[in-house]
Design a protein around this ligand. Structure first.
Ligand SMILES: Cc1cc2nc3c(=O)[nH]c(=O)nc-3n(C[C@H](O)[C@H](O)[C@H](O)COP(=O)(O)OP(=O)(O)OC[C@H]3O[C@@H](n4cnc5c(N)ncnc54)[C@H](O)[C@@H]3O)c2cc1C
Length: 249
């Protein structure tokens, strides 16, 4: 029997496994393959990959430093905000680590002690209470597997399945759909751009330079015309002078 099964090896789960992996018998499960970069079952996280000042403070408190191959060009010292609704624009100072999010997660996993059992490409399904703990069910290589544990930690992200099983009444975050698209970027963009437009979203949209690419993303209300809203965003930004050169695949 495990002491703890951690579901999810994102920053929360991987960091917990790193901190307590030498003290307890731990199983860490994730549906992504965070050790094998050429995995056929690659699932990339939809993320801007910017490490904000609060997260930088936490990295410092943990006594960690980020390897340079996790970072991408350029490092960002400025935020450009464009409020399309009110026709306002400004630039202000704020430092973000600009990172490759996938590499960041892989680096966090690489810090986990060897004693932790890691099961990647493994999809957590459910758990039931048993005497002295829980029996966890997950799918590994198409096979259903069970494992027993005294404690389960749900570190499986914003739409946590662990949380849903524990209680249907727990407050869940309001749902948005995030769409991100990558473009070629051949001109310098030394800032993170945040775009506000009430016609598109009551949240916001973002433009982030990543090496020779440009990441355009938006958090949108899940509706029938969600994709059209994203296209409208591209049209409006094109009118403001942004260039979106489609990647050849
Ligand atoms: C569009 C978007 C952009 C974002 N941009 C930024 C940004 O630029 N900077 C920033 O700091 N934050 C950003 N965030 C937020 C950031 O992604 C989260 O705060 C962070 O990932 C939370 O870490 P976590 O470990 O709690 O969860 P996650 O990173 O979500 O990790 C959860 C893990 O659980 C695994 N998992 C989930 N369900 C199962 C299952 N059933 N079985 C097995 N494994 C499972 C997943 O594969 C994943 O590895 C963004 C979020 C979104 C949606």
């Amino acid at each position: 029997m495990y002491d703890i099964i951690i579901v999810g090896a994102g920053p929360a789960g991987a960091n917990l496994a790193r901190l307590i992996g030498d003290k307890y018998k731990i199983l860490l499960i994730d549906k992504r393959d965070l050790e094998n970069e050429s995995s056929k079952h690659r699932i990339n996280k939809c993320c801007g990959g910017l490490l904000a000042p609060d997260a930088q403070k936490m990295i410092a408190k943990l006594g960690l430093g980020i390897p340079k191959d996790v970072l991408v060009d350029p490092q960002l010292f400025a935020v450009r905000t464009i409020d399309i609704t009110n026709n306002l624009e400004r630039l202000y100072q704020r430092f973000y680590y600009n990172m490759d999010r996938e590499k960041f997660d892989r680096w966090m996993v690489s810090l986990i002690p060897n004693g932790v059992d890691k099961k990647f490409n493994s999809y957590f399904k459910s758990f039931v209470e048993i005497s002295g703990g829980y029996e966890v069910r997950y799918i590994n290589n198409g096979q259903e597997v069970t494992a027993k544990t005294r404690i389960i930690v749900g570190a499986d992200g914003a739409s946590s399945k662990v949380r849903k099983i524990i209680s249907k009444d727990v407050n869940v975050p309001e749902k948005y759909i995030a769409i991100q698209e990558w473009f070629k970027c051949s001109y310098p963009m030394p800032y993170f751009t945040a775009v506000f437009d009430e016609e598109i979203s009551d949240f916001y949209s973002w433009l982030i330079p990543k090496d020779n690419y440009l990441l355009l993303g938006s958090a949108l209300r899940p509706r029938d015309d969600t994709r059209e809203k994203f296209n409208m965003l591209k049209r409006k930004l094109t009118q403001l002078g942004f260039k979106f050169t489609t990647l050849q695949v």
